[in-house]
Design a protein around this ligand. Structure first.
Ligand code: DER
Length: 241
């Protein structure tokens, strides 16, 4: 099933890109989960030594701690040899939508500092154009959040999108009645942008979102991906980029 694909991609990313002595960024989500597991396994077996990792969310930090993976922050190590993380959508130019799990800010902070950002996905994430297959998350400050949501929705670069404040659990989006806004590890809110047609110019959209007052960052990861490892349910695994 898909879990096998995620495990395949996760394990392969570590086997292909992580060697002893490296500083490694650990991603967030159900696919990155397997990459973290693999790092833990190889440290325990002695195959990997002297690795220090930077987690991209509190939940990845907890998983890494349970696996006794040595951790630090960007304050201690601001350049990483490699960062491994999942994505919610991948276009033919390896531009990504990330943030489905609400971790986009720390993910982007870590992944822009990595010499190689390796993205791991099951093949359901591949798309022709970003937008319709997965809503674009935007992390915003909570202060006057509805004003910021409206400002984002009015941007020409994301014209036609439907902007929704994410409620309930920031990671799973699990909702129940009367839910409060989801809150990220950084104490911010998430607005999800739903598109019926692909975003015309992802670079322009990324710039416009980043330049919007009240927006902290967004889930468009453009010109950042070194390689994408794509695994299929049938056990196939291929590399792009
Ligand atoms: O929230 C995130 O950015 C995650 O990496 C997400 O994009 C991928 O999560 P998944 O591997 O559970 O689909």
């Amino acid at each position: 099933g898909t879990d096998l694909a995620k495990q395949l991609a996760g394990y392969k990313s570590v086997d292909d890109h992580v060697t002893s002595g490296m500083v490694v960024g650990l991603g967030t989500g159900s696919t990155a989960y397997f990459a973290v597991e693999r790092v833990g396994q190889k440290l325990a077996s002695g195959e990997l030594k002297d690795i220090i990792c930077i987690p991209t969310s509190e939940r990845t930090r907890e998983q890494a701690e349970s696996l006794k993976i040595p951790l630090c922050t960007l304050n201690e190590k601001s350049v990483l040899d490699v960062a491994i993380d999942g994505a919610d959508a991948v276009d033919p130019n390896l531009a990504l939508v990330k943030g489905g799990g609400g971790a986009l800010l720390r993910e982007k902070m870590v992944e822009v500092m990595a010499k190689k950002f390796v993205c791991i996905v099951d093949d359901s994430k591949l798309c022709k154009g970003l937008g319709p297959s997965f809503a674009l998350p935007v992390e915003i400050t909570p202060f006057c959040h509805m004003h910021t949501l409206r400002t984002i929705a009015a941007l020409p670069e994301v014209a036609g999108c439907k902007a929704e404040l994410r409620l309930g659990n920031v990671a799973t989006g699990a909702k129940k009645d009367g839910d409060k806004p989801a809150v990220t590890d950084n104490g911010n809110y998430i607005v999800d942008l739903f598109f019926e047609t692909p975003i015309k110019d992802v670079r322009a959209a990324a710039k416009a979102l980043k330049n919007t007052v009240g927006v902290v960052d967004h889930g468009l990861f453009v010109d950042m991906t070194y390689q994408v490892i794509v695994a299929g349910k049938d056990g196939s695994c291929r590399v792009a980029g």
